[in-house]
Unconditional design. Structure first.
Length: 270
C-alpha cells in the first residue's frame, strides 16, 4: 500500500533550540518537543527530538525562542541510516515540515534532566504501510499483553530539482492489552496496515553498553487494509500456521524523561 506518514504535535520546547548548518550551508534547527498527554486513561510524558531545515529554521532561530515556548509542528517520520564500527545503524526521527509558535501560557513541569514539559499537550501520529514481519505477543510481569508491529511506509515525492524520488521509512507501533491480543490474532507479515496513536521516545543499551534511542508509535487503534481484488482465477497463497507465542516477561515502557522507554532487542528498529 502507499504509505501514510503524518505527525502533528503541540508541545513546549524542553530547552533552547540549537541552530547548525550542513556542509552545503543549509540551516538546521534542532529542538525537543516535550509534553504530557492522556492516553487510555493514563498520563504519558513524551520527548520528541525534532529537526527543521531551510529558511523556516533560520527564521525561528532569529526569534531567539527559549525553553517553555509552545510550538505547533507538522512533520513526518524519517529513518536515518549510518555506519558505526563496521555496523549499520538506524534511527527513526521527526522531520518537521512546518513549525509555528503558539500564543499560549502553558502549565510547565520541571523534569529531572533540567528541562520542562507541557501539561495538556497534543501528540498525534498516523502511519500506514506493509507489515514487515509476524508480530510476537509478550506479557509484562503484571500480566499485560504487549506487541510490536513493524511496518514499511513507502513514500513518493519530488525533490528540489524536480526529480521523482521514492523512500521507505520503517516505523514500530506498540500496542497494549486488548489491542495487542487482537493484533496477535489478526496481523501477519505483508498485510497493509494503518495505525494511529502518539509519538514517544524509546531508549535502551546495546550489547556493548552504548546508549541507543529511537522514536516509535504508542498505538491507540489499528486497521488492516483490504487489498485490491484479484483477477478472476487467481488464487491467494495459503498462510503458514502461526507458532504458539512464547510467554516471556517484558517490561512496560515508562517515559519519565528524555529518551525514557523500554529497551527492546539490540538491533532496533529492525
Amino acid at each position: 500500500m502507499r504509505g501514510e506518514n503524518t505527525v502533528m504535535i503541540k508541545a513546549a520546547l524542553a530547552r533552547t533550540p540549537e541552530l547548525r548548518h550542513t556542509g552545503t550551508n543549509v540551516p538546521v534547527l534542532e529542538f525537543t518537543l516535550a509534553g504530557e498527554q492522556v492516553q487510555a486513561g493514563h498520563t504519558t510524558p513524551f520527548y520528541v527530538n525534532t529537526s527543521l531545515l531551510g529558511e523556516q529554521a533560520r527564521q525561528l532561530a532569529d526569534r531567539a525562542l527559549e525553553a517553555g515556548a509552545v510550538m505547533l509542528v507538522k512533520g513526518a517520520l524519517k529513518t536515518d541510516e549510518w555506519g558505526a564500527e563496521g555496523q549499520k545503524r538506524t534511527k527513526l526521527t521527526l522531520n518537521a515540515l512546518r513549525a509555528e509558535v503558539v500564543q499560549e501560557d502553558p502549565e510547565l513541569l520541571q523534569d529531572a534532566a533540567g528541562g520542562v514539559r507541557m501539561r495538556g499537550a497534543y501528540n498525534r501520529v498516523e502511519v500506514g504501510g506493509n507489515v514487515t514481519r509476524d508480530p510476537e505477543l509478550r506479557h509484562t510481569p503484571a500480566g499485560d499483553a504487549v506487541i510490536d508491529i513493524d511496518i514499511a511506509c513507502n513514500q513518493r515525492f519530488t525533490d528540489r530539482s524536480g526529480q521523482p524520488q521514492e523512500r521507505t521509512d520503517y516505523v514500530r507501533i506498540t500496542l497494549w492489552r486488548e489491542l495487542a491480543e487482537r493484533a496477535h490474532a489478526t496481523v501477519r507479515k505483508g498485510m497493509p496496515l494503518f495505525a494511529s496513536g502518539m509519538l514517544i521516545s524509546d531508549s535502551w543499551e546495546d550489547r556493548d553498553g552504548g546508549k541507543r534511542s529511537t522514536l516509535k508509535v504508542q498505538g491507540e487503534q489499528f486497521f488492516i487494509i483490504s487489498p485490491p481484488s484479484r483477477p478472476a482465477g487467481a488464487t491467494r497463497p495459503a498462510s503458514a500456521p502461526r507458532p504458539a507465542p512464547a510467554q516471556r516477561p517484558a517490561p512496560r515502557p515508562a517515559a519519565a524523561g528524555p529518551g525514557a522507554g523500554t529497551p527492546p532487542d539490540d538491533d532496533l528498529p529492525f
